[in-house]
Design a protein around this ligand. Structure first.
Ligand code: 2P0
Length: 336
């Protein structure tokens, strides 16, 4: 044990590691923080983890580096937020080298498709393995949250609930598994209406909403009721009830953002056409609802048997490019 605190020993024992994580889509939205520094959410949220939208991240330790290096889809990017999370994990390990971090998304990055969620979930799982920490998924969820609030949810598969917690440290602001994907195998159809990066990041959009929207306090006060309805709908596999609360949560989140100054308008014309189409299909008897995040893409949630028809209907809309169909997926995991 004498050599355990020896920095050379620590560096020698750190290895390369890789992990994968799926993006997640919130059905009860997270929009606002109780502590921006620790990235603690103001309220809870409920999400589903997707199978088809994945990030794979590889970490290579390199004791010769003066700082962590980050590549996303082969492009060099600033590593500030990644390094902040890695610093927390190196501290837990009693030290450790810098890493070459290379991350790949199989879907458009930074366009409201939750790429930061899958990215930080994959990062903490890979770093846990590289540093030999063997932390629980709950502790990894708290670490992923420091990178991106929604990332805390991608540690788990299926249906997931994020808890705002009460502790000042944020240790209880973690996600937990609500039900596995086998409990209710829903399908998600993502209609990409603009593959480019969004104009206002979620972090900035939330900040502006918190500071200037008169509807923000009402939004936060109403989330608890939505969470209990969504929880009951999921556990009872009540599609109509889930559709009702999920569309309500998405539209209410956007209403609070629209009322910020200047107003945050994440939709484009195709987003609105998609919303109308989904509502028309539901009125005609298809079990389907929509949700929209901080970008113009529309996500339709439906039963697997209807996914092809929903995808075809969205694909036919003017302004819709790629359409991605996904089932629910597993939580983040180490890759061999
Ligand atoms: C969600 N979104 O619940 C909500 C709905 C976007 C709209 O979580 O500031 O990138 O890094 O914690 O996690 C996106 O926000 O924000 C998000 P930060 P994050 O999925």
């Amino acid at each position: 044990m004498a050599g355990f605190a020896d920095p050379d020993h620590l560096i020698m024992s750190v290895r390369s590691a890789a992990a994968r994580a799926g993006a997640n889509i919130a059905l009860v939205k997270y929009w606002g923080k109780r502590d921006p520094a620790l990235n603690l959410p103001a309220a809870g949220s409920i999400s589903i983890t997707l199978d088809a939208l994945q990030t794979q991240t590889r970490l290579e330790p390199d004791p010769g580096l003066a700082g962590d290096l980050l590549q996303v889809n082969g492009q060099d990017l600033p590593s500030t937020r990644v390094s902040q999370v890695l610093d927390l994990m190196r501290a837990l390990a009693g030290g450790g080298p810098h890493f070459r971090v290379s991350s790949r998304n199989n879907f458009p990055t930074g366009a409201g498709l939750a790429s930061s969620a899958s990215a930080f979930a994959a990062l903490v799982v890979a770093a846990d393995q590289a540093l030999g920490l063997a932390l629980s998924a709950t502790r990894l969820s708290a670490l992923a949250r420091r990178g991106s609030g929604s990332a805390a949810r991608s540690l788990f598969g299926g249906f997931v609930e994020m808890h705002p917690g009460q502790a000042e440290s944020g240790d209880d602001a973690v996600a937990t598994a609500l039900a596995g994907s086998e409990h209710w195998p829903l399908a998600v159809v993502v209609a990409v209406t603009d593959p480019g990066p969004k104009a206002v990041s979620s972090t900035e959009g939330m900040q502006r909403t918190m500071q200037t929207s008169p509807y923000y306090p009402a939004w936060v006060a109403s989330v608890e009721q939505d969470l209990s309805e969504a929880r009951a709908a999921i556990l009872g596999r009540d599609f109509q009830r889930l559709a009702d609360v999920a569309e309500h949560s998405a539209l209410k989140m956007h209403a609070s953002a629209l009322a910020a100054r200047p107003g945050l308008l994440y939709w484009n014309a195709a987003t609105l056409l998609c919303m109308e189409r989904i509502r028309t299909m539901r009125a005609a008897g298809t079990a389907v609802f929509f949700t929209i995040d901080a970008g113009p893409q529309l996500k339709a949630v439906c039963l697997p048997d209807d996914a092809a028809a929903v995808a075809a209907a969205l694909k036919a809309i003017d302004g819709v490019g790629q359409v991605i169909v996904s089932s629910l997926g597993a939580g983040a995991e180490v890759l061999a």
